[in-house]
Design a binder for this molecule. Structure first.
Ligand SMILES: NC(=O)c1ccc[n+]([C@@H]2O[C@H](COP(=O)([O-])OP(=O)(O)OC[C@H]3O[C@@H](n4cnc5c(N)ncnc54)[C@H](OP(=O)(O)O)[C@@H]3O)[C@@H](O)[C@H]2O)c1
Length: 341
């Protein structure tokens, strides 16, 4: 990265201390440094949207995972969307809209090879949601890992969230019966009335076991797309059809505890000759263009709808906005839009 850009400053969120539980303001520092200039092969991006993702919480543990832990004083890792303000890369020009892992900061210089140019045919909310990382997670998790077949019964947790909302709608496009699981009556009403799921279980006020017995009688769940882990995963395991597939996408209920609780009902995988498989959306990177094209078609036809939960603020708001994920305060994709003043 080269030096500075006309004396302007760029603020960044850095990890100050490793949290025990949900991170609070005290776990972050906001620092300021000159806006960088582009070195050879680099572009400088003004970050407009910072993505808030549950997996960021996992990066705060000092342990081996699929991504290296964020170090103390390091700029917080985050997906971003922004505009190129300077380019020394042949593939990018000033004014291009790009996405990439530029971190929780106002401006960043990065090697252009690691950035994706975004079209302006779809609104930024769609680029951040169904056409972005969480939409791709829904697509590959359900269709490739879940090997979904027409007419099957699908259960998805985190149903009103960025990933879950798209999972259920893809399953409807594929002619399946879909049961969502979400927190609270408003979210459940949204999932059924706006997203078109067949039913939704409010795990905060309903008995999930009883509800699944009623909505998917005689153990008829063919695919369970798991975003939350914990007790909900354990309960769904009691309702599997023969040869069911459990897609382990995430386990947000366990992210704020050092030691995750595993499912005690896993023996049902044997009883029902079922399989449970984890995946990472990044592994499907080579296939993203074709998945995005299909998703864009569904959006244009109105078969998939979305709500982006974009919070307008400044970089100082990152700590509070991040907490919303764990309080269930988001509907659809949670993003922080930076007001650059
Ligand atoms: N494998 C991959 O490649 C990949 C990629 C992207 C995301 N993921 C995973 O997919 C899951 C969803 O991510 P997202 O970005 O789409 O987030 P999201 O669903 O938009 O937001 C998180 C939601 O999780 C629910 N939640 C929070 N705490 C919970 C708890 N203790 N028990 C049950 N539900 C809880 C909340 O909804 P309620 O109000 O309904 O509780 C909250 O709105 C996460 O587990 C994430 O790590 C995996």
């Amino acid at each position: 990265m080269a030096e500075s850009n006309g004396g302007a400053q760029s603020r960044a969120v850095r990890l100050a201390a490793r949290p025990d539980g949900v991170p609070g303001r005290e776990h972050w520092n906001i620092t300021s440094e000159p806006v960088p200039t582009a070195g050879p092969g680099e572009v400088v991006v003004r970050v407009d949207l910072i993505s808030l993702d549950p997996a960021q919480r996992l990066m705060l543990y000092d342990r081996v995972s699929y991504a290296p832990p964020v170090q103390i004083d390091q700029v917080m890792v985050a997906g971003t969307i922004g505009e190129v303000i300077e380019s020394q890369h042949p593939g990018f020009a000033t004014g291009d809209l790009v996405s990439g892992w530029l971190g929780a900061q106002e401006y960043a210089a990065a090697n252009g090879d690691y950035l994706q140019k975004l079209d302006r045919d779809h609104p930024i909310e769609a680029q951040a949601g169904p056409l972005g990382m969480t939409g791709m997670t829904a697509y590959f998790g359900l269709l490739e890992v879940g090997a979904l077949q027409e007419g099957e019964t699908v259960v998805v947790s985190g149903a009103a969230g960025a990933t879950g909302s798209v999972v259920g709608q893809i399953a409807k496009v594929r002619g399946c019966r879909v049961i969502g699981i979400a927190g609270g009556p408003e979210k459940c009403a949204y999932v059924v009335e706006k997203l078109g799921f067949d039913a939704c279980i409010d795990y905060k006020s309903e008995d999930v076991d009883e509800a699944l017995g009623r909505l998917a009688p005689d153990r008829s769940v063919d695919v369970y797309f798991d975003n939350v882990g914990g007790e909900i995963l354990d309960t769904v395991l009691l309702h599997l059809n023969m040869h069911a597939r459990i897609v382990i996408c995430g386990a947000i209920s366990q992210y704020n505890t050092e030691k995750m609780a595993g499912p005690s009902n896993y023996w049902n995988l044997v009883v029902r000759r079922a399989r449970m498989e984890g995946f990472l959306v990044g592994d499907y990177g080579a296939k993203w263009p074709e998945a995005r094209a299909e998703m864009a078609g569904w959006l244009d036809e109105g078969k998939i709808v979305y709500d982006a939960n974009i919070v307008d603020g400044t970089i100082e708001d990152f700590p509070d906005v991040f907490q919303k994920l764990f309080r269930g305060e988001n509907l659809g994709k949670l993003m922080l839009r930076l007001n650059h003043g």
